[in-house]
Write a protein that binds this ligand. Structure first.
Ligand SMILES: C[S@@+](CC[C@H](N)C(=O)[O-])C[C@H]1O[C@@H](n2cnc3c(N)ncnc32)[C@H](O)[C@@H]1O
Ligand SMILES: [Zn+2]
Length: 304
């Protein structure tokens, strides 16, 4: 399946379409955004930044990248790619935004799966090939470190620094939004999706990383129950629970897992010290994939 340039970028200052001229994206009002050396564009205006260096730190990004490329979450990537590609129309382009993409692992995996799908040897067993079928992919994160790392590793996806609360994307243009272990802003996701477009949420389940949490916390908090009502403008699609165990063979990968999650900051000094003693660990991965579908006649959230 071909990967084509993402065409739905909008100016973060006025929402006008952005057009690429050489190494710059420009809107009709004269705003321009240069493409950085690493191949990403910064669409987070300084006035919209709440802090000087928002989002995940460089240390968190490095840890997450080292953990993810080792393949520990491969079944999650396979499941996400399976869901997105199985919804692809064989004769059309599918545009997909990963909102809070981190260092881009899941979009790289989606590209890899779409390639194998084209050759007819799809991982999920389904056939996704077809004339005219293509993916337009965009990864966005508020962390400059995340987007830099993503852009270094892939040149086919459009990578941008930006905010889920003010997506630099034209209204009603996307088939899919992914929000994985992220910070959903449902009104914005609704705005950028086409009617019938889908939001795929991936969130931690009750047993996610239980063995690690049992070590670093004195008692485990009860899990937050999944939302029973879909957010305004969406209907609930299929949900899928994914559960497997991973064996972390050394202290480095245990440390990476701690650093890439909020647990490092929430754990007590005592809990962190216990984790530092570990030389291997088997943990349960328990995540929920939940598809939300934009209603055909959802009201424009900006007109309410
Ligand atoms: C837990 S990480 C998940 C990253 C990636 N989805 C993954 O699963 O590997 C959450 C990500 O959301 C980003 N983030 C936080 N607030 C954001 C916002 N308002 N808009 C966009 N990204 C945001 C962080 O910088 C971080 O990279
Ligand atoms: Zn503009």
């Amino acid at each position: 399946m071909a990967i084509r340039p993402f065409k739905e970028l909008a100016c973060p200052l006025d929402g006008e379409p952005l057009v690429q001229e050489a190494n710059t994206w420009r809107c009709t009002q004269g705003h321009s955004f240069d493409i950085a050396r690493q191949g990403y564009v910064n669409l987070l205006p300084v006035q919209n930044k709440r802090s000087r260096d928002p989002g995940d730190s460089k240390t968190m990004i490095v840890a997450r990248q080292e953990f993810l490329v080792a393949g520990f979450y491969q079944p999650i990537a396979d499941a996400v790619a399976g869901v997105v590609l199985s919804g692809a129309d064989p004769s059309a382009e599918l545009s997909c935004l990963d909102a809070g993409c981190g260092e881009g692992y899941y979009l790289r995996q989606l590209v890899a799966h779409s390639g194998s799908a084209y050759s007819g040897a799809s991982h999920s067993g389904a056939s996704h090939s077809g004339a005219g079928q293509a993916l337009n992919l965009m990864g966005l994160d508020i962390s400059k470190w995340a987007v830099q790392a993503a852009a270094r590793q892939d040149k086919q996806v459009t990578w941008a620094v930006g905010n889920n609360a003010n997506l630099p994307v034209l209204s009603a243009t996307l088939d899919y939004v992914l929000c994985m272990f992220g910070f959903p802003v449902y009104g914005e996701f609704l705005r950028v999706l086409k009617p019938g477009g889908k939001l795929l949420m991936v969130d931690a389940g009750a047993d996610h990383l239980r063995e690690l949490r049992e070590i670093i916390y004195p008692t485990l908090k009860a899990a937050r129950p999944p939302q029973t009502q879909p957010p305004a403008g969406f209907t609930q699609g299929e949900t899928q629970q994914l559960r497997f165990t991973v064996h972390l063979p050394d202290a480095q990968q245990i440390s990476n897992l701690l650093i890439m999650t909020p647990h490092l900051y929430r754990a007590s000094a005592e809990g962190r010290a216990k984790a530092e003693q570990l030389t291997e660990l088997t943990v349960t991965v328990d995540v929920r994939l939940s598809k939300l579908v934009k209603a055909q006649h959802a009201a424009d959230p900006n007109q309410q």
